[in-house]
Design a protein around this ligand. Structure first.
Ligand SMILES: C[S@@+](CC[C@H](N)C(=O)[O-])C[C@H]1O[C@@H](n2cnc3c(N)ncnc32)[C@H](O)[C@@H]1O
Length: 512
């Protein structure tokens, strides 16, 4: 806990932050990604700092806003007995600078009252383009606690992509560029603490970024918020990203990783905490190096159990692709008339339910795809597939919902699958009905759903994540399918009763 004398400035600093936010419109803030850190989170992040060894602790704040993170970090250093601190702060928005200066003056005074010295330099510059790591005269940093802006940019023509190309390539979001440049600025054993969306932990877009980061540094702590809202200071209800706090130590060998989880910021200081082997969290069995985050001991157990699976989804011989029909680009092919001789069913997400994908032509949302000239680019050969929904809503219980489409459900050569569904089959041969039911049952099981949640915080189900998931053998899939094809009531508990014994999972699945 902070001493009384260190608490007082915090109210003033939070007040400066609110004054700045109140001055700006939501739209103006969005352009610069100005979702500011609440003081409870800022203090929590600072509490994760371990005492730096340097005589003068050098702090880097990239995207400083009104300086709340530097303030908490500097005060934490003072609390740890580091009396001399120098901060270097980058902030692009010149309207924020006067507020930032006031914050830093408050910290300067607090330090001097405690016989310490706090100094700072502010740069009103673009942090990523400035690349301070390239300035040979600037010493590197002991500490950086950041809440970087986030927005996507176009790889082809963004100056940000060029600016970080020597560190890693293929980045679609500015927050990753911030993290990479900050990491490049750190000294050996320097600590980087970040609060960011969880999206960098999985997915193909961030593959090279993950590789850069995990090569440069050890990830030794993750804090995950189970609820997406309430973490940032914003009236914007669209901030529904799943956020995580991470601590990286530059140049340290990767050892055990601590995972903390809390519902939101309210109970952040009473987080549930577990320590896991790095192997369990970072899946190094393929080059994607997905960072898996179990929110409970139960989920960690799932990660241990999947290690026993003999193969991966692709390794077992299955493929997964996104449905080919992009409706807004193929309007001329789509008709509400169903069951015409010149059209085939077009499957949309509502056609996919647990174990069964059904298109009857009678539902008001059902449409057909006309086999006009050029349709082959959008349709595929009608065969037995398993459809997997690509999106679930935030409130939906399940992320994975899969249903079997049987070849003989429709008397046609082609079939249309919309791009809001994924379809799965065998790469080298056609899927039989039994194996299709086995696959669908596995994806509808609680086990697989929770395994997927450890991999991805996104409500979107991407084919790239499914391909590298650890998977049972085809024999096990068929064994499950034998029973699943006869299920009358396709509730999750009935499916679990079939899947769990084949997976060797004994316990009943605990609710999240
Ligand atoms: C998510 S806010 C965080 C602000 C502050 N660190 C906090 O935690 O409250 C990101 C900040 O980065 C600033 N910013 C955005 N793009 C920037 C850039 N390219 N270079 C430097 N600062 C930038 C924004 O103006 C904003 O103040």
């Amino acid at each position: 806990m902070y001493q009384q004398s260190l608490i007082e400035p915090k109210d003033d600093i939070a007040g400066l932050q609110s004054a700045f936010l109140n001055k700006k419109t939501l739209n103006a803030r969005k352009v610069l990604g100005q979702f500011f850190t609440r003081s409870v989170i800022s203090d929590y992040m600072a509490s994760l700092i371990e005492k730096p060894k340097s005589r003068t602790v050098r702090i880097l704040d990239a995207g400083a806003g009104t300086g709340i993170l530097t303030a908490s970090s500097a005060l934490r250093c003072l609390e740890l007995g580091c009396k001399t601190v120098h901060a270097v702060l980058y902030e692009l928005d010149n309207e924020a600078i006067p507020h930032l200066e006031q914050t830093l003056k408050i910290i300067e005074n607090t330090f001097s009252r405690q016989y310490g010295i706090f100094t700072y330099d502010i740069y009103c510059e673009d942090f990523v383009l400035a690349r301070p790591d390239k300035d040979e005269n600037r010493p590197s940093f002991d500490l950086s606690v950041i809440n970087p802006p986030y927005f996507k940019y176009r790889l082809k023509d963004s100056p940000y992509a060029k600016a970080v190309a020597d560190l890693y390539q293929g980045d679609p979001n500015i927050y990753a560029s911030f993290m990479a440049v900050v990491m490049a600025c750190m000294k050996e054993h320097g600590q980087m603490l970040t609060i960011t969306p969880r999206s960098f932990t999985n997915g193909l877009y961030f593959k090279k970024f993950r590789s850069y980061l995990l090569t440069e540094a050890a990830l030794d702590l993750i804090h995950i918020f189970k609820h997406r809202d309430k973490v940032f200071k914003s009236d914007d209800s669209t901030v529904l990203q799943e956020n995580i706090i991470c601590r990286f130590i530059k140049g340290k060998p990767q050892e055990a990783i601590t995972v903390r989880s809390s519902d939101s910021d309210i109970n952040i200081n009473n987080a549930n905490q577990q320590q896991y082997s790095a192997k369990l969290i970072i899946d190094s069995s393929n080059e994607q190096r997905i960072i898996r985050i179990p929110e409970s001991a139960y989920e960690a157990n799932i990660l241990r159990q999947v290690e026993v699976f003999p193969t991966t989804f692709s390794g077992a011989g299955y493929f997964i692709s996104t449905g080919r029909v992009v409706e807004h680009r193929t309007r001329q092919y789509i008709t509400e008339e169903t069951n015409t001789s010149h059209s085939v069913p077009l499957y949309r997400p509502h056609n996919v339910t647990s174990l069964t994908a059904l298109w009857t032509g009678k539902h008001k949302k059902e449409v057909s795809f006309m086999l006009n000239k050029g349709h082959e680019k959008h349709t595929i050969k009608n065969a037995t597939y398993v459809l997997l929904k690509r999106f679930s809503s935030k409130d939906e219980q399940r992320r994975l919902v899969a249903g079997v489409h049987l070849e003989d459900a429709h008397d046609c050569k082609f079939i249309g699958f919309g791009n809001k569904t994924n379809y799965m089959g065998l790469s080298e041969e056609l899927l039989t009905k039994v194996e299709a039911y086995g696959l669908a049952a596995i994806f509808n099981s609680s086990f697989m759903d929770q395994y997927f949640r450890c991999i991805s915080g996104n409500t979107q189900v991407n084919a790239t994540e499914i391909r590298v998931m650890k998977f049972p053998s085809r024999e096990q899939v068929k064994e499950i399918g034998q029973q699943a094809q006869n299920l009358k009531t396709t509730t999750t508990s009935n499916i679990d009763r079939i899947v769990n014994p084949v997976f060797g999972v004994l316990s009943t699945i605990q609710k999240r």
